[in-house]
Design a protein around this ligand. Structure first.
Ligand code: HEC
Ligand code: HEC
Length: 430
């Protein structure tokens, strides 16, 4: 008999979603905030709390830990100008901390009416991402699609102040929102914040807390997908998944593993399905992005416009960070601009970009506008090595069956979210 030791976390959320906006995470939030608001009540009513001249924070209420507190902050809508958007609104735990929206790119702003032009990536498996760097001429690491933040603490400041996201006008504004939280006393004590902390220090401590959350919550490194169990000899892949895996790893077929490594590292580290490198794949422009109504607007990744320090390096235009493919089943829409709605289509893009470009790009006055999400002069930056590099009408390197097999394999990379929280069922290799 198949006994399920823990109630499915995904099932609970599915029930919640029927009656609430997709960004709400009511059950988890309530669970976390209950002890916190009690703690706040106790410290407010108890007449305790340090006098304003006393810089020493009171001890946290029992049960409040760096993890519970930082998780609450990640799910805290009161940190946004709209009062309705938390980090978790765009990075929901049941979509591997990627978009919650399915096909549309996230919308933010003080009135929740401003759309960004990038898809929110999964936040999982980033511990080895590292700061942005060049190795020779190749870029690696950094956070966001263009790597412009060197740490997750630095990254967290971005959405708090971005006018298409949580949209706070200033650091002072964020600090006053933090001070107004019912669990601010616990925040101070857990993160050793003096009572007279400056706006900048409150802001920096919030960013540190949000980074801590991503390091402490073991959901971020579960390593318990069926593929992990397969690597451990504890599970099998179906015949179709096996075929998909060999196509994925075959340099003359998918060549996927050259950028999305699938085998344990030299010292046994589990594969992350990304090198944290960068590549220009020439994705189609997404007409559903509001900013794209301006034909002169281009999101060129490493060379801008979000990132500004490499704008003179035109050879880098069009490159975006290679994302992990772990949990890829859950993270639609796909690619930096969300131009592809389903996993099968994302894999098909690799198979048919060059042999059937009309499937991906519009037809203009001078023929099919390949790589139309880059200015015409920069389209030669787009990658042409395997599995790309064919010509229209060539026999495919990846058949329709290969695409289906690859997608089946990729679905074996979904973590087991029904496992108890903070108890990875597969241990991380040393
Ligand atoms: C309105 C939706 C939205 C909100 C709210 C939001 N994010 Fe994001 N997140 C995104 C998008 C879009 C990106 C990609 C940004 C880019 O490439 O410029 C991103 C990227 C990231 C990344 C980088 C992942 C990687 O692979 O490098 C991290 C980490 C992250 N967000 C954490 C957070 C935290 C922490 C918060 C709360 C302070 C937050 N996000 C709030 C949409 C959002
Ligand atoms: C040269 C490196 C490279 C190779 C080879 C490669 N990829 Fe990718 N992959 C990337 C980059 C870079 C992105 C993100 C591109 C973007 O959004 O602009 C990406 C994105 C993806 C995504 C979407 C991820 C997301 O979170 O939206 C999928 C799915 C994917 N790749 C699957 C594959 C498969 C399957 C293959 C083999 C057929 C493959 N990749 C081969 C570099 C590569």
């Amino acid at each position: 008999m198949n006994v399920q030791p823990h109630p499915s976390r995904r099932d609970t959320r599915a029930a919640d979603q029927s009656s609430r906006p997709p960004s709400a995470l009511p059950s988890r939030l309530a669970r976390l905030l209950l002890p916190l608001s009690l703690a706040a009540l106790i410290s407010a009513c108890g007449g305790g709390g340090p006098a304003s001249s006393d810089p020493a924070p009171a001890p946290p209420a029992s049960g409040v830990t760096a993890l519970s507190l930082s998780t609450a902050l990640f799910e805290e809508k009161a940190l946004s100008a709209s009062g309705q958007q938390a980090c978790a609104s765009c990075h929901a735990s049941d979509t591997a901390h990627a978009d919650t929206s399915g096909t549309q790119l996230p919308v933010g702003g003080a009135s929740l009416d401003r759309q960004g032009f990038r898809s929110s990536p999964s936040m999982l498996y980033l511990d080895a991402n590292g700061p942005f760097r060049f190795v020779g001429t190749e870029a690696f690491g950094g956070f966001t699609w263009d790597g412009r933040a060197n740490t997750r603490a630095e990254q967290a400041g971005g959405p708090l102040l971005d006018q298409t996201e949580m949209a706070n006008p200033s650091i002072a504004d964020v600090a006053s929102r933090v001070r107004a939280l019912p669990y601010y006393a616990d925040f101070r004590s857990v993160f050793a914040l003096p009572e007279n902390a400056s706006d900048q220090l409150v802001f920096d401590t919030l960013r540190t807390a949000l980074e801590q959350y991503q390091k402490l919550d073991t959901d971020y490194l579960l390593f318990n997908s069926r593929y992990d169990r397969f690597l451990d000899g504890q599970a099998t892949l179906t015949a179709q998944e096996q075929r998909g895996l060999s196509i994925f790893e075959n340099p003359a077929k998918g060549n996927c593993a050259s950028c999305h490594p699938s085998r344990p590292g030299a010292t046994g580290e589990r594969p992350l399905f990304t090198t944290f490198g960068y590549a220009a794949l020439g994705l189609p422009r997404n007409p559903a992005i509001a900013a794209n109504a301006d034909p002169a607007f281009f999101d060129m990744g490493l060379c801008g416009p979000k990132r500004t320090d490499l704008s003179h390096r035109s050879e880098l235009c069009g490159q975006f960070k290679i994302p992990t493919l772990r949990n890829i089943e859950l993270t639609a829409p796909y690619f930096h601009n969300g131009s592809v709605a389903t996993l099968e289509q994302a894999v098909s893009f690799y198979a048919t970009r060059d042999i059937d470009p009309a499937r991906w790009y519009p037809v203009g006055a001078s023929g099919i506008e390949r790589f139309n999400d880059l200015p015409a002069g920069l389209r030669s930056n787009v990658l042409n090595t395997a599995p790309f590099g064919l010509r229209p009408g060539d026999p495919p390197v990846l058949t329709a069956q290969d695409v289906a097999d690859l997608a089946a394999f990729l679905r074996s990379l979904t973590d087991d979210q029904t496992a108890a929280q903070n108890t990875p069922t597969v241990s991380v290799a040393p």
